[in-house]
Each structure stands twice: as C-alpha cells, then as structure tokens.
Design a protein around this ligand. Sequence first.
Ligand SMILES: NC(=O)c1ccc[n+]([C@@H]2O[C@H](COP(=O)([O-])OP(=O)(O)OC[C@H]3O[C@@H](n4cnc5c(N)ncnc54)[C@H](O)[C@@H]3O)[C@@H](O)[C@H]2O)c1
Length: 264
Amino acid sequence: MLEIKNAVAVITGSGSGIGKAAAKHWAARGGRLVLADIAKDNLKQVEEEIKEAGAECVSLVCDVTREEDTTALARLATERFEAVNLVLPFAGIIKDGLLLSPDKETGKVKKKMALSDFQKVVDINLTGVFLTVRECAEQMINTGSRGLICLISSTGAQGTAGQINYSSTKAAMSTMPRVITAELFRKGLADRIRCVAIAPGYVGTEMVKNMNQKALEGILENVPIQRLIEPEEVVSLITELYCNEALANDVYSINGGLRLGSRG
Ligand SMILES: NC(=O)c1ccc[n+]([C@@H]2O[C@H](COP(=O)([O-])OP(=O)(O)OC[C@H]3O[C@@H](n4cnc5c(N)ncnc54)[C@H](O)[C@@H]3O)[C@@H](O)[C@H]2O)c1
C-alpha cells in the first residue's frame, strides 16, 4: 500500500469540481500539491485554502491544450518537489448538442453540431490529457517516482445522446489505461507506475449544474441512489486506487447504479 503523506499530486482542472475536491483531500492527508487550471481566480483561491490548511502547494495557470504549458507544469512538480506520484488530468468541458437536428415540420436538417464545438471538447478532454500524461509520466520515469496516473472517463463513454464530442473523448479515456500500462509493462516500469481510469456517473459539480436541467431530472430518475454523486465520493475511490497497488490497468465505475436507457 502506498502512503499519501509527502506524496506529490499533479491535478489539472483543480480550480473546481472533482479536481478541487481531490486537491483538498490530498492536502488533508499530508500530500503535496501541484495545481493547474485555466481559471486563474479559482485556482488561486484553492491554492490559498490549501496553504492555509498547512499543506505544501504550488500552482500554475495552465491551458492543457498548449504543449508548453503542460511541459512547464510537469517540470514545476519536479523542480519544486523532486517527484510526481499521482497524476489527475481532470481539466474537462462539455459542449452538448445533437450531431444533426432535423426540423419537425419539414423533416430537413436545420442545425448541425459546429466543428468548433466538437474540436474544443476533443482538444481539452483528449489532447489535453495526452499532453498532461506524457509530460508528467516523463517526470515520473526520470525521477524514479512510484505512483498512479488516474484518468477520468464517464458513463458517457457508453454513448450519450447529445454528447458525440464528450462521449468520444471519454471512450478514449477508458482505453488509454490499457495502452499506457502495456507500454510501461514492456519497458519494465509498470510495477512502479500504474495507470487506471475512473468512470463516474453524474457528479454534483458546476459541469453538471450547468447541464440542461430537464435532461438532468430525467437522468436522475434512472439512478437507484436517487441523487447526484458527491465529488468527495469520487475522491475516496481515487484514494483507494492510489494506495492499493493491486489496482491497475482497469476502468472503475462510480455511478450510484445508473441505469442507462436504450435511447441514451
Ligand atoms: N461532473 C460529472 O458528472 C462528471 C462525470 C464524469 C466525468 N467527469 C469529468 O471530471 C472532470 C472534472 O469535471 P468537473 O465535473 O469537476 O467539472 P468542473 O467544470 O467543475 O471542472 C473542470 C475544470 O477544468 C478547467 N478547465 C477547462 N478547460 C481547461 C483547460 N483548457 N486547461 C486547464 N483547465 C481547464 C475548468 O476551468 C474547471 O476548473 C472532467 O474531465 C469531466 O469530464 C465529470
């Protein structure tokens, strides 16, 4: 079992939601933190709260779609703390819409998902994760660090109507742990650097609060626990995944028993 005390976590998207909850949880257990977000004010606020609570913490305003930003982030971790033990590339967005919307009266297509709405989600949720993981894993290898890369997929990976962009990126997050684990295994590194993904259902963060509320009500009717998942519940799973080194390579669901209907 790995210890959290003094272990170094790099968390993107830590200005809000699950990333923020993960940062606070890590700090409360004596871990050290390297925080990143594109939203400067939120990021600084979280950094201050963590420092006030007595934990060691640095932050970097970072756009995960920019290669130089992710390189600087990973380097900051090792320059400051000489290790990277946990990587949570959690920066993410949604831009929901249908691929094609036919007009009710004419039956002809009146609206399409804009390329920019598809591309933006891919850039942040997929390319941003690729860059963050590549740069942080490089530092983990070069510093001889031991730990976990934990990606964040979603129940949306199974295919949610109105989310062709988001669902596609989350399906990729479910595949990446196997690719990364296989490559590390081939190079004799998989015993000290593990990679997993978690697949949450609907978690009560800004992302979900900003969703179409009617759609959200419909979704909650299919959740046996009858409520949104708390960010802290997701973080509790991440902690177990970090500490328990028998957990590797897989996708771990946390969704309150969500029943996905046949019409998504
Ligand atoms: N909330 C859910 O129900 C849910 C479910 C499954 C998976 N997830 C995933 O969890 C992750 C975190 O989501 P959340 O619910 O905490 O959302 P959130 O909106 O609360 O937090 C996302 C954070 O990412 C940051 N961000 C956005 N673009 C960025 C960029 N280019 N560079 C750096 N930071 C950027 C935002 O500023 C924000 O602070 C996302 O990957 C999301 O897809 C969320």
